[in-house]
Design a protein around this ligand. Sequence first.
Ligand SMILES: Nc1ncnc2c1ncn2[C@@H]1O[C@H](COP(=O)(O)OP(=O)(O)OP(=O)(O)O)[C@@H](O)[C@H]1O
Length: 133
Amino acid sequence: MDSNEKKTQTTKNHTFWQSFCHAKDGLVALYQTERNFRKHTLAAILAIGIGVWLHLTMNQWLWLLLAIFLVFISEAVNTIVESIVDLLVGHQFDGLAKKAKDVAAAGVLMAAAFAVVVGLLILAPSIWNLLQK
Ligand SMILES: Nc1ncnc2c1ncn2[C@@H]1O[C@H](COP(=O)(O)OP(=O)(O)OP(=O)(O)O)[C@@H](O)[C@H]1O
């Protein structure tokens, strides 16, 4: 499949590699078009860096990674909802469009709040202990 064919493909993927490449395109699109996704990526890199510095336990890593991926996945769902709503109603105001977009945004907010709580519960005591030494 050449690159032009790839850009206009509307049929099913035939190989795992094709599926993987389209998933990668989705990730790139998320990063390039969604400002909040970029901010969350930066926050995740920072949290992982602090986690490495603090030598987190396996359990702490699992909670931190769960929180990070919940935020990423909710951002992806939010972007899907926004795109589908825009595709359906364009710039026309619609009550259901507003509800769909606001609820999708609420999903991101809940995931981000969970990540802040997990981050505080895991990182704050470890940083505090380190500063006491
Ligand atoms: N077609 C519409 N009809 C009604 N309300 C809409 C419509 N499009 C957007 N809105 C309202 O505007 C808000 C912002 O919509 P928009 O599509 O710009 O999201 P966004 O700024 O990309 O959101 P995010 O900050 O999650 O990336 C929505 O949460 C919704 O309340």
